[in-house]
Design a protein around this ligand. Structure first.
Ligand code: NAP
Ligand code: HSE
Length: 431
């Protein structure tokens, strides 16, 4: 058996630095658990001259990917640098050279995951990506191991730390969106380009990865309904609060009668719902299995050390497999053809906020539209708008299909008494 497993580390930013720290700080415990040493042999970065916050042998630094994938001494490549196409090519080369891969890159796995997993299997290599979803929470291993015997029916979660941090600060401290986004960037939670966080794409990629594992299908990013948080205003948060709700960016993946729906969108949850209580950069994923019932996973969803914990735990599994000679045996191909629900098969409740003429007959006109689409309401709130002669109206529907909502919104938009359709959001978590 190998006495030392050698690692090539691609990326020494927020996550890469955490990986080095854990390998150094927990060296003895890791060696005891594995029965061998883990040694970083090379570190790939963009700029080898940049000052680094940790002390290590700078001679390990290189800006040439082939120094890692073509080095015969290196057993495992850790990819924590981000990027999609160039990174795919690097990892493809690494697998062809027989290297095992650990990655935290959900962008890459959501786009090229199936290809990489198959290539890994063909080369008898492992590829693990626990850190790519929900940072420090072992949700992937829970789906592939702990809950493997069950049929998962629904997952609902907060899987982006940056947006949860922003919404928490906007709700609890009435903070300004841009100022809190900058804080999240400084704390190392946001992506290099935070657009993918705030537009919901990062969470959508993670939900696609989770849905594939839970439902054994091949669900792509384009199969996910995505709406980010950029349009969520302080007014929406206040109105939601007055109605007893908290606004969260929620990912949902659900299956019924063999068809799935996967979405990421700002959602109003009752203030005492377990997911409404998940604050700051923390993530949580609720998983409902046919046999197990309800389970909930909670922990830090972003940041250097939590994410690095998942990376190094994956690294230890890959190292263990090398020593046991069982690498490349964990990939399971999708069992089912992907079947997506149409909009008239997706049911939930909705919050709709609009500005309308404050005059007799307005409510009657609105009611006529909703009645024509068979939509009824659970809650209605009317307040004077800032503009003279206008009123703000907030409604929460009973359960309706997404198609009913879209038809109603289109008709409302054409209605003369409606001045502006301000916002609409999913409402979930109460039956
Ligand atoms: P980061 O702080 O921006 O660090 C990126 C590192 O990769 C830097 O060291 C950079 O080199 C290097 N790098 C980038 N492109 C490169 C290239 N083409 N060639 C060589 N080196 C390159 O990023 P991060 O926050 O650590 O995130 C890394 C990955 O982990 C991403 O895929 C991200 O989505 C994922 N992730 C991050 C978190 C988190 O909380 N931050 C959580 C989960 C997953 P220089 O240092 O020379 O610039
Ligand atoms: N930008 C991501 C987030 C990092 O905020 O959740 C963790 O994947």
């Amino acid at each position: 058996m190998k006495e030392q497993i050698n690692i090539g580390l691609c990326g020494l930013g927020t996550v890469g630095t955490g990986v080095i720290k854990i390998l150094e700080n927990n060296k003895e415990e890791i060696k005891h658990k594995l029965g061998c040493e883990l040694a970083v042999k090379r570190v790939l970065v963009h700029n080898i001259d940049k000052p680094r916050e940790i002390h290590f042998d700078r001679r390990l630094l290189t800006s040439y990917p082939e120094d890692l994938y073509a080095d015969e001494d290196i057993d495992i490549i850790i990819e924590v640098m981000g990027g999609i196409e160039d990174t795919y090519l690097l990892l493809e080369k690494a697998l062809e050279h027989g290297k095992h891969i650990i990655t935290a890159n959900k962008d890459l796995m959501a786009v090229h995951g199936q290809k990489l997993l198959q290539l890994a299997q063909a080369n008898q290599c492992d590829i693990f990506y626990e850190a790519s979803v929900a940072g420090g929470i072992p949700i992937i291993r829970s789906l592939t191991d702990g809950l493997a015997s069950d049929r998962i029916q629904k997952m609902m979660g907060i899987v982006n730390g940056t947006t949860n941090y922003i919404l928490t600060k906007m709700t609890d401290e009435h903070s300004d969106f841009q100022a809190v986004l900058q804080e999240a960037q400084e704390l190392g939670y946001a992506e290099a380009d935070p657009t993918s966080d705030i537009e919901g794409l990062d969470a959508a990629r993670k939900m696609a990865l989770l849905a594939n594992l839970a439902f054994q299908m091949n669900i792509n990013l384009s199969d996910v309904d995505v709406k980010g948080i950029t349009a969520v205003s302080q007014e929406d948060i206040t109105f939601a609060g007055r109605l007893g709700y908290t606004v969260k960016l929620i990912g949902i993946a659900a299956i019924s009668e063999g068809k799935v729906e996967v979405s990421v969108e700002p959602t109003l949850l009752p203030q005492d719902h377990p997911l409404a209580l998940v604050k700051n950069e923390y993530n949580a994923v609720y998983v409902y299995g046919e046999a197990v019932g309800e389970t909930m996973f909670y922990g830090p969803g972003a940041g250097s050390m939590p994410t690095a914990t998942a990376v190094v735990s994956d690294l230890m599994e890959a190292a263990r497999n090398i020593r046991l000679g069982i690498s490349g045996s964990s990939y399971v191909s999708p069992q089912y053809e992907t079947r997506l629900k149409a909009d008239d098969e997706k049911y939930t409740r909705y919050y709709v906020r609009l500005e309308a003429d404050d005059q007799a007959g307005t409510f009657q006109s609105l009611t006529n539209i909703f009645t024509s689409e068979n939509v009824s309401f659970a809650k209605i709130l009317q307040l004077p708008a800032s503009k003279e002669g206008s009123a703000e109206i907030v409604m929460v529907t009973h359960k309706i299909s997404k198609q009913q909502l879209l038809n109603s919104l289109k008709k409302l938009d054409d209605l003369e008494v409606v001045q502006k359709l301000i916002s609409y959001y999913r409402v979930d978590g109460e039956e």
